[in-house]
Design a protein around this ligand. Structure first.
Ligand code: FMN
Length: 207
């Protein structure tokens, strides 16, 4: 690992105004999966550092109720083929093009991280809801950390996230759920801003 993380009890900086960070937050966007250049992306060590940075999120009870499965190189093809077979087995008359597309699912990006939500369902203090919220924060942090390394990242669920056979294939435990597939890589296309609800319509000042 190239990046040196703080260790427990290290003294950390007090945040000061950070124009560069503001600009990142002002202009960041996910990239459409079809706009990925799947030939370029982080090597394993960079991906490890991306996850090491992303992993530093608020987490009530210091549980880290999550884990990661990394797909790079041939593993993308191999897992995609197994998932395509699972879908084919339960899809009546699955179109051959659809089957081929499913096999290539993970080849759409250079690297894919599967984020597994792994809550402690018997925790004496921290409800599962809070543990899942922390995992959501981690998800967004994966996209930001990838950006910090000069890569794009897009969080997708799609059908495999909700399929029990995929859960078995990935050997998830009963308490676990797939929380997202993070496609990480490069693009040659500038993202275009999407429609967003104005925060003015979302804020209520309590009186
Ligand atoms: C949990 C989660 C699951 C998502 N799953 C999908 C999906 O399956 N398909 C899709 O087109 N977008 C999905 N999205 C949305 C994409 O990530 C989308 O491109 C993103 O919301 C764009 O917003 P941004 O540019 O502000 O990042 C998902 C988002 C989240 C948070």
């Amino acid at each position: 690992m190239a990046i040196k993380l703080p260790i427990e009890n290290d003294i950390l900086p007090i945040p000061s105004a950070n124009e560069a960070l503001k600009e990142v937050l002002r202009t960041r966007r996910s990239v459409k999966i079809l706009d990925f250049d799947s030939t370029h992306g982080p090597n394993f060590d960079e991906l490890h550092d991306i996850l090491a940075l992303a992993n530093r999120v608020p987490d009530h009870g210091k549980i880290a109720p999550w884990r990661f499965i990394i797909l790079q190189d041939e593993a993308r093809q191999e897992l995609g083929a197994k998932m395509a077979d699972i879908l084919k087995a339960k899809t009546h008359n699955m179109d051959e093009n659809h089957y081929e597309m499913e096999k290539r699912r993970f080849l759409r990006a250079h690297s894919v991280v599967i984020m597994i939500s792994s809550p402690n369902i018997h925790h004496p203090k921290v409800p599962v809801w809070e543990q899942e919220l922390a995992c959501g924060g981690l998800g967004f942090n994966i996209t930001l950390a990838a950006n910090a390394f000069g890569y794009i990242a897009t969080w997708l669920s799609e059908w495999p996230m909700f399929d029990d056979d995929i859960k078995s294939l990935l050997k998830l435990y009963a308490n676990e759920r797939i929380a997202g597939f993070f496609y990480i890589g490069k693009t040659n296309k500038n993202p275009i801003e999407r429609e967003r609800k104005s925060v003015d319509n979302l804020i209520q000042v309590w009186k």
